[in-house]
Ligand binder design. Structure first.
Ligand code: ADP
Ligand code: F6P
Length: 319
Protein backbone atom coordinates (compact mmCIF):
# COMPACT_ATOMS: atom_id res chain seq x y z
CA UNK A 1 0.00 0.00 0.00
CA UNK A 2 1.36 3.43 -0.93
CA UNK A 3 1.84 6.11 1.70
CA UNK A 4 1.32 9.78 1.05
CA UNK A 5 1.97 12.83 3.20
CA UNK A 6 0.30 16.20 3.57
CA UNK A 7 1.66 19.44 5.02
CA UNK A 8 0.71 23.10 5.31
CA UNK A 9 3.40 25.74 4.90
CA UNK A 10 3.89 29.52 4.90
CA UNK A 11 1.13 31.85 6.09
CA UNK A 12 -1.97 30.00 7.25
CA UNK A 13 -5.28 30.50 5.47
CA UNK A 14 -8.89 29.65 6.34
CA UNK A 15 -9.84 26.53 4.42
CA UNK A 16 -6.50 24.77 4.89
CA UNK A 17 -8.23 22.38 7.28
CA UNK A 18 -10.92 21.62 4.72
CA UNK A 19 -8.14 20.81 2.24
CA UNK A 20 -6.34 18.54 4.74
CA UNK A 21 -9.63 16.75 5.45
CA UNK A 22 -10.23 16.21 1.74
CA UNK A 23 -6.71 14.88 1.14
CA UNK A 24 -6.96 12.50 4.09
CA UNK A 25 -10.46 11.18 3.39
CA UNK A 26 -10.00 10.91 -0.38
CA UNK A 27 -6.59 9.29 0.17
CA UNK A 28 -7.97 6.70 2.57
CA UNK A 29 -10.95 6.02 0.30
CA UNK A 30 -8.56 5.30 -2.55
CA UNK A 31 -6.47 2.94 -0.47
CA UNK A 32 -3.50 5.10 0.54
CA UNK A 33 -1.96 5.39 3.97
CA UNK A 34 -1.96 9.05 4.88
CA UNK A 35 0.57 10.80 7.12
CA UNK A 36 0.51 14.39 8.31
CA UNK A 37 3.71 16.42 8.46
CA UNK A 38 3.49 19.00 11.24
CA UNK A 39 4.88 22.57 11.03
CA UNK A 40 5.56 22.64 7.30
CA UNK A 41 9.07 22.05 5.98
CA UNK A 42 10.48 22.72 9.41
CA UNK A 43 8.60 19.72 10.84
CA UNK A 44 9.53 17.69 7.79
CA UNK A 45 13.22 18.20 8.39
CA UNK A 46 12.86 17.26 12.04
CA UNK A 47 10.65 14.23 11.32
CA UNK A 48 7.41 15.48 12.92
CA UNK A 49 5.22 13.02 11.09
CA UNK A 50 1.99 11.49 12.38
CA UNK A 51 -0.47 8.98 10.92
CA UNK A 52 -3.86 10.44 9.99
CA UNK A 53 -7.11 8.52 9.93
CA UNK A 54 -10.72 9.52 9.28
CA UNK A 55 -11.17 10.65 12.88
CA UNK A 56 -8.07 12.87 12.90
CA UNK A 57 -9.82 15.16 10.46
CA UNK A 58 -13.29 15.04 12.02
CA UNK A 59 -14.81 18.35 13.09
CA UNK A 60 -12.22 20.52 11.33
CA UNK A 61 -13.92 21.64 8.09
CA UNK A 62 -15.36 24.67 9.89
CA UNK A 63 -12.15 25.65 11.68
CA UNK A 64 -9.72 28.36 10.62
CA UNK A 65 -5.95 27.88 10.89
CA UNK A 66 -4.39 24.49 10.25
CA UNK A 67 -4.46 21.45 12.52
CA UNK A 68 -1.06 20.47 11.14
CA UNK A 69 0.35 23.88 12.15
CA UNK A 70 2.52 25.81 9.75
CA UNK A 71 5.97 27.37 9.71
CA UNK A 72 8.56 29.12 7.66
CA UNK A 73 11.85 27.25 7.32
CA UNK A 74 15.06 28.86 6.07
CA UNK A 75 16.91 25.54 6.12
CA UNK A 76 14.61 24.14 3.44
CA UNK A 77 15.90 26.79 1.04
CA UNK A 78 19.24 24.96 1.06
CA UNK A 79 19.98 21.82 -0.95
CA UNK A 80 21.16 20.11 2.21
CA UNK A 81 17.92 20.91 4.04
CA UNK A 82 15.79 19.59 1.20
CA UNK A 83 17.85 16.38 0.95
CA UNK A 84 17.28 15.87 4.64
CA UNK A 85 13.54 16.36 4.11
CA UNK A 86 13.47 13.91 1.21
CA UNK A 87 15.33 11.31 3.28
CA UNK A 88 12.90 11.71 6.17
CA UNK A 89 10.01 11.11 3.76
CA UNK A 90 11.69 7.94 2.49
CA UNK A 91 12.28 6.80 6.05
CA UNK A 92 8.52 6.98 6.63
CA UNK A 93 7.82 5.28 3.30
CA UNK A 94 6.17 8.43 1.92
CA UNK A 95 6.57 8.79 -1.82
CA UNK A 96 3.89 11.39 -2.53
CA UNK A 97 3.48 14.72 -0.75
CA UNK A 98 0.63 17.21 -0.93
CA UNK A 99 1.86 20.72 -0.10
CA UNK A 100 -0.76 23.30 0.84
CA UNK A 101 0.70 26.82 0.79
CA UNK A 102 1.68 29.85 -1.23
CA UNK A 103 4.33 30.49 -3.85
CA UNK A 104 7.25 30.04 -1.44
CA UNK A 105 5.91 26.66 -0.37
CA UNK A 106 5.45 25.72 -4.03
CA UNK A 107 9.09 26.57 -4.75
CA UNK A 108 10.02 24.18 -1.96
CA UNK A 109 7.74 21.50 -3.46
CA UNK A 110 9.18 22.07 -6.93
CA UNK A 111 12.72 21.50 -5.67
CA UNK A 112 11.66 18.52 -3.56
CA UNK A 113 10.16 16.84 -6.63
CA UNK A 114 13.59 17.08 -8.28
CA UNK A 115 14.83 14.84 -5.47
CA UNK A 116 12.42 12.07 -6.49
CA UNK A 117 9.43 12.86 -4.27
CA UNK A 118 6.07 13.13 -6.06
CA UNK A 119 4.58 16.46 -5.10
CA UNK A 120 1.21 18.10 -5.66
CA UNK A 121 0.65 21.71 -4.63
CA UNK A 122 -2.66 23.19 -3.46
CA UNK A 123 -2.85 26.99 -3.40
CA UNK A 124 -3.42 28.05 0.21
CA UNK A 125 -2.95 31.75 0.88
CA UNK A 126 -5.28 34.63 1.63
CA UNK A 127 -3.29 36.83 -0.77
CA UNK A 128 -4.54 35.27 -4.04
CA UNK A 129 -1.05 35.90 -5.38
CA UNK A 130 -0.48 32.71 -7.36
CA UNK A 131 -1.03 33.88 -10.95
CA UNK A 132 -1.60 30.42 -12.46
CA UNK A 133 -4.92 30.09 -10.58
CA UNK A 134 -7.94 32.35 -10.37
CA UNK A 135 -8.47 31.48 -6.76
CA UNK A 136 -6.50 30.53 -3.69
CA UNK A 137 -7.88 28.87 -0.56
CA UNK A 138 -8.51 31.51 2.11
CA UNK A 139 -8.99 34.48 -0.20
CA UNK A 140 -12.78 34.53 0.11
CA UNK A 141 -12.81 34.27 3.89
CA UNK A 142 -10.21 37.05 4.19
CA UNK A 143 -12.27 39.27 1.89
CA UNK A 144 -15.35 38.73 4.03
CA UNK A 145 -13.40 39.54 7.18
CA UNK A 146 -12.19 42.77 5.59
CA UNK A 147 -15.70 43.54 4.39
CA UNK A 148 -17.09 43.15 7.87
CA UNK A 149 -14.45 45.57 9.17
CA UNK A 150 -15.14 48.06 6.37
CA UNK A 151 -18.87 48.03 7.15
CA UNK A 152 -18.14 48.85 10.77
CA UNK A 153 -15.61 51.54 9.93
CA UNK A 154 -18.12 53.10 7.55
CA UNK A 155 -20.55 53.56 10.47
CA UNK A 156 -18.12 55.41 12.66
CA UNK A 157 -16.55 57.36 9.77
CA UNK A 158 -19.99 58.60 8.74
CA UNK A 159 -20.89 59.66 12.28
CA UNK A 160 -17.70 61.69 12.57
CA UNK A 161 -17.50 62.69 8.90
CA UNK A 162 -13.97 61.36 8.78
CA UNK A 163 -11.70 59.80 6.24
CA UNK A 164 -10.88 56.19 7.12
CA UNK A 165 -7.83 54.45 5.70
CA UNK A 166 -7.86 50.67 6.05
CA UNK A 167 -4.66 48.72 5.48
CA UNK A 168 -5.17 45.16 4.30
CA UNK A 169 -2.79 42.26 3.63
CA UNK A 170 -1.61 40.97 0.30
CA UNK A 171 2.17 41.31 0.25
CA UNK A 172 2.74 42.66 -3.26
CA UNK A 173 -0.68 41.67 -4.52
CA UNK A 174 -3.60 44.08 -4.36
CA UNK A 175 -6.40 41.52 -4.77
CA UNK A 176 -7.77 41.69 -1.21
CA UNK A 177 -7.85 45.49 -1.43
CA UNK A 178 -9.51 45.32 -4.85
CA UNK A 179 -12.21 42.76 -4.06
CA UNK A 180 -13.05 43.89 -0.53
CA UNK A 181 -12.77 47.53 -1.62
CA UNK A 182 -15.23 47.04 -4.46
CA UNK A 183 -17.62 44.98 -2.34
CA UNK A 184 -17.37 47.47 0.53
CA UNK A 185 -18.02 50.49 -1.67
CA UNK A 186 -14.68 52.10 -0.86
CA UNK A 187 -14.09 55.54 -2.32
CA UNK A 188 -10.48 54.75 -3.24
CA UNK A 189 -8.52 51.53 -3.65
CA UNK A 190 -4.74 51.75 -3.50
CA UNK A 191 -2.79 48.75 -4.74
CA UNK A 192 0.89 48.13 -5.52
CA UNK A 193 0.05 47.19 -9.11
CA UNK A 194 -1.29 50.67 -9.88
CA UNK A 195 0.39 53.04 -7.45
CA UNK A 196 -1.31 56.32 -6.56
CA UNK A 197 -0.99 60.07 -6.70
CA UNK A 198 -1.36 61.65 -3.25
CA UNK A 199 -2.59 64.99 -4.58
CA UNK A 200 -5.19 63.34 -6.77
CA UNK A 201 -6.34 61.23 -3.82
CA UNK A 202 -6.76 64.33 -1.64
CA UNK A 203 -8.60 66.16 -4.40
CA UNK A 204 -11.00 63.19 -4.75
CA UNK A 205 -11.63 63.27 -0.99
CA UNK A 206 -12.37 67.01 -1.03
CA UNK A 207 -14.58 66.75 -4.12
CA UNK A 208 -16.49 63.88 -2.50
CA UNK A 209 -17.11 66.00 0.59
CA UNK A 210 -18.38 68.86 -1.60
CA UNK A 211 -20.81 66.43 -3.27
CA UNK A 212 -22.16 65.48 0.15
CA UNK A 213 -20.23 62.31 0.97
CA UNK A 214 -20.39 61.78 4.73
CA UNK A 215 -17.36 59.55 4.89
CA UNK A 216 -14.44 58.52 2.76
CA UNK A 217 -13.14 54.98 2.86
CA UNK A 218 -9.73 54.26 1.41
CA UNK A 219 -8.49 50.67 1.17
CA UNK A 220 -4.75 50.40 1.04
CA UNK A 221 -2.86 47.19 0.25
CA UNK A 222 0.12 46.64 2.54
CA UNK A 223 2.65 46.39 -0.28
CA UNK A 224 2.40 50.07 -1.11
CA UNK A 225 2.96 51.73 2.25
CA UNK A 226 1.51 52.20 5.70
CA UNK A 227 -1.97 53.50 6.51
CA UNK A 228 -0.79 55.54 9.47
CA UNK A 229 1.66 57.60 7.45
CA UNK A 230 -0.83 58.19 4.65
CA UNK A 231 -3.52 59.21 7.16
CA UNK A 232 -1.26 61.91 8.58
CA UNK A 233 -0.51 63.26 5.11
CA UNK A 234 -4.18 63.21 4.04
CA UNK A 235 -5.28 65.02 7.20
CA UNK A 236 -2.58 67.63 6.74
CA UNK A 237 -3.48 68.30 3.10
CA UNK A 238 -7.30 68.08 3.26
CA UNK A 239 -7.85 69.36 6.80
CA UNK A 240 -10.34 66.48 7.30
CA UNK A 241 -9.90 64.25 10.34
CA UNK A 242 -8.42 60.98 9.14
CA UNK A 243 -8.01 57.67 10.97
CA UNK A 244 -5.90 54.68 10.04
CA UNK A 245 -6.77 51.03 10.77
CA UNK A 246 -4.40 48.18 10.10
CA UNK A 247 -6.44 44.98 10.03
CA UNK A 248 -3.39 42.73 10.32
CA UNK A 249 -3.62 39.07 11.20
CA UNK A 250 -7.35 38.94 11.92
CA UNK A 251 -7.53 38.58 8.12
CA UNK A 252 -5.84 35.20 8.38
CA UNK A 253 -8.21 33.64 10.89
CA UNK A 254 -11.85 32.70 11.20
CA UNK A 255 -14.18 29.98 10.06
CA UNK A 256 -13.81 29.50 6.29
CA UNK A 257 -16.64 30.61 4.03
CA UNK A 258 -18.67 28.11 2.01
CA UNK A 259 -16.63 29.02 -1.07
CA UNK A 260 -13.29 28.33 0.62
CA UNK A 261 -14.55 25.01 2.01
CA UNK A 262 -15.90 23.86 -1.33
CA UNK A 263 -12.81 24.79 -3.37
CA UNK A 264 -10.50 23.35 -0.71
CA UNK A 265 -12.44 20.08 -0.75
CA UNK A 266 -12.42 19.87 -4.53
CA UNK A 267 -8.72 20.68 -4.74
CA UNK A 268 -7.82 18.17 -2.04
CA UNK A 269 -9.78 15.47 -3.83
CA UNK A 270 -8.08 16.31 -7.13
CA UNK A 271 -4.65 16.11 -5.50
CA UNK A 272 -5.34 12.49 -4.58
CA UNK A 273 -6.62 11.70 -8.06
CA UNK A 274 -3.37 13.07 -9.50
CA UNK A 275 -1.24 10.93 -7.19
CA UNK A 276 -3.40 7.93 -8.06
CA UNK A 277 -2.85 8.67 -11.76
CA UNK A 278 0.90 8.66 -11.10
CA UNK A 279 1.32 12.36 -11.85
CA UNK A 280 3.95 14.37 -10.04
CA UNK A 281 5.17 17.97 -9.85
CA UNK A 282 1.65 19.26 -10.41
CA UNK A 283 -0.33 22.07 -8.87
CA UNK A 284 -4.10 22.25 -8.66
CA UNK A 285 -5.98 25.47 -9.33
CA UNK A 286 -9.09 27.09 -10.75
CA UNK A 287 -9.34 28.23 -14.34
CA UNK A 288 -12.54 29.56 -15.93
CA UNK A 289 -14.32 28.51 -12.78
CA UNK A 290 -13.19 24.87 -13.04
CA UNK A 291 -10.62 22.76 -11.25
CA UNK A 292 -7.53 22.12 -13.34
CA UNK A 293 -3.92 21.09 -12.80
CA UNK A 294 -0.64 22.04 -14.40
CA UNK A 295 3.07 21.43 -14.16
CA UNK A 296 4.62 23.16 -11.15
CA UNK A 297 7.50 24.68 -13.18
CA UNK A 298 5.02 26.21 -15.63
CA UNK A 299 2.73 27.36 -12.84
CA UNK A 300 5.52 29.21 -11.10
CA UNK A 301 6.49 31.03 -14.27
CA UNK A 302 3.02 32.39 -15.09
CA UNK A 303 3.29 36.20 -14.97
CA UNK A 304 0.96 38.05 -12.69
CA UNK A 305 -1.89 39.91 -14.32
CA UNK A 306 -3.77 42.52 -12.38
CA UNK A 307 -7.51 42.63 -13.03
CA UNK A 308 -7.59 46.05 -14.72
CA UNK A 309 -11.27 45.73 -15.57
CA UNK A 310 -12.30 45.14 -11.97
CA UNK A 311 -10.18 48.10 -10.91
CA UNK A 312 -11.85 50.25 -13.55
CA UNK A 313 -15.30 49.12 -12.35
CA UNK A 314 -14.45 49.75 -8.69
CA UNK A 315 -13.26 53.27 -9.50
CA UNK A 316 -16.22 54.08 -11.73
CA UNK A 317 -18.74 52.93 -9.13
CA UNK A 318 -17.12 54.73 -6.22
CA UNK A 319 -17.91 58.17 -7.64
P1 ADP B 1 4.12 31.09 1.25
O1 ADP B 1 4.17 29.67 0.91
O2 ADP B 1 2.86 31.47 1.97
O3 ADP B 1 4.41 31.99 0.06
P2 ADP B 1 6.80 31.62 2.26
O4 ADP B 1 7.20 32.44 1.09
O5 ADP B 1 7.18 32.11 3.60
O6 ADP B 1 5.23 31.39 2.35
O7 ADP B 1 7.40 30.16 2.04
C1 ADP B 1 7.13 29.13 2.95
C2 ADP B 1 8.32 28.22 3.07
O8 ADP B 1 8.58 27.61 1.80
C3 ADP B 1 9.65 28.90 3.42
O9 ADP B 1 9.78 29.15 4.79
C4 ADP B 1 10.64 27.87 2.94
O10 ADP B 1 10.74 26.80 3.85
C5 ADP B 1 9.98 27.36 1.67
N1 ADP B 1 10.53 28.10 0.52
C6 ADP B 1 10.25 29.36 0.15
N2 ADP B 1 11.00 29.73 -0.92
C7 ADP B 1 11.78 28.68 -1.21
C8 ADP B 1 12.80 28.43 -2.18
N3 ADP B 1 13.15 29.35 -3.08
N4 ADP B 1 13.40 27.21 -2.15
C9 ADP B 1 13.04 26.27 -1.27
N5 ADP B 1 12.12 26.46 -0.32
C10 ADP B 1 11.48 27.63 -0.28
O1 F6P C 1 0.91 35.29 2.96
C1 F6P C 1 -0.07 35.96 3.68
C2 F6P C 1 0.45 37.11 4.45
O2 F6P C 1 -0.59 37.34 5.31
C3 F6P C 1 0.85 38.38 3.74
O3 F6P C 1 -0.20 39.13 3.26
C4 F6P C 1 1.64 39.09 4.81
O4 F6P C 1 2.54 40.01 4.30
C5 F6P C 1 2.35 37.97 5.47
O5 F6P C 1 1.58 36.81 5.24
C6 F6P C 1 2.60 38.17 6.92
O6 F6P C 1 2.87 36.94 7.52
P1 F6P C 1 3.58 36.70 8.92
O7 F6P C 1 3.24 37.82 9.82
O8 F6P C 1 3.03 35.39 9.35
O9 F6P C 1 5.03 36.63 8.62
Amino acid sequence: MRTIGVLTSGGDAPGMNAAIRAVVRAGLAKGFNVMGVRRGYSGLISGEIIPLDRHSVADIIQRGGTILRTARCEEFKTEEGRKRGANILRTFGIDGLVVIGGDGSFKGAQLLSKLGISTVGLPGTIDNDLPYTEYTIGFDTANNTVLDAINKLRDTSTSHERVSIVEVMGRNCGDIALYAGLAGGAESIIVPEKGYDKDKLCRTILEGKMRGKMHNLIILAEGIGGAEELAQQVEEITGIETRATKLGHIQRGGSPTCMDRVWASRMGYRAIELIEEGKSSRVVGVRDGRIFDMDIDEALSVPRQFDEKLYEIANALSY
